[in-house]
Design a protein around this ligand. Structure first.
Ligand code: GAR
Length: 215
């Protein structure tokens, strides 16, 4: 069966991109990466993509007069690549509603919290300050609202008594690296359906979209 063609948007170190590259390195994995775009020329993730032989583009938001033109340039590059799905992996720019509309239901993001808790930045510090006992990460479809949108998969980690921000972030990141390939697989296998803002997983147990501390 043809593999789902995927573009990944990054801004930085690209460890989640690496997890996707590693998953796609297996010819049996149902998706392949066809393009990595970074808005930052020095992003280490670009190096990871080059090493894996995946095409890269730098599209620097600072060289565009406004967000609409920046997003248009990204859209053109993605369309040219033949990508059928766009994954945001540490891409730290807000997308315009126009871009989100073009890629509706074909645009996903990974966020370092159990949404809808802790949208936005500094999620680990805020989780510690709130005293939650479970924290984690979420892969979700992107809507025009920040860190909103139907939840595809979630991974949870315990918050431990001696956690600081770095220790908690590292524990969540390790789960992110398992969760993003899992979510991509579910999409590529056509196992997700979306109704009234809720994602259902077919063709197996719905628990396929859940990673928890007991795993
Ligand atoms: C990841 O923790 C990702 O969840 C987060 O940025 C980090 C990127 O790391 N994304 C967001 O906060 C988006 N709102 P990476 O570049 O090593 O994948």
């Amino acid at each position: 069966m043809a593999r789902l063609k995927v573009a990944v948007l990054i801004s930085g170190r690209g460890s989640n991109l690496q997890a996707l590259l590693d998953a796609c390195a297996d010819p049996a994995f149902p998706a392949e990466l066809v393009l990595v775009i970074s808005n930052i020329a020095t992003a280490y993730g670009l190096e990871r993509a080059r090493r894996a032989g995946v095409a890269t583009r730098v599209i620097d938001h600072k060289t565009f007069a406004n967000r609409a033109l920046f997003d248009q340039a990204m859209d053109e590059a993605i369309q040219d690549s033949g990508a059928q799905l766009v994954c945001l992996a540490g891409f730290m720019r807000l997308l315009t509603p126009e871009f989100v509309a073009v890629w509706k239901d074909r645009l996903i993001n990974i966020h370092p919290s159990l949404l809808p808790s802790f949208k936005g930045l500094h999620t680990h510090a805020r989780a510690l300050a709130a005293g939650v006992k479970l924290h984690g990460c979420t892969v979700h479809y992107v809507t025009p609202d920040l860190d909103d949108g139907p939840i595809i998969a979630q991974g949870a980690v315990p918050v431990l008594a001696d956690d600081d921000e770095d220790r908690l972030a590292a524990r969540v990141l390790a789960v992110e690296h398992r969760l993003y390939p899992l979510a991509l697989r579910l999409i590529a296998e056509g196992r997700l359906s979306l109704l009234d803002g809720v994602v259902r997983v077919g063709g197996g147990s719905g628990e396929a979209a859940l990673l928890n501390p007991a795993d």
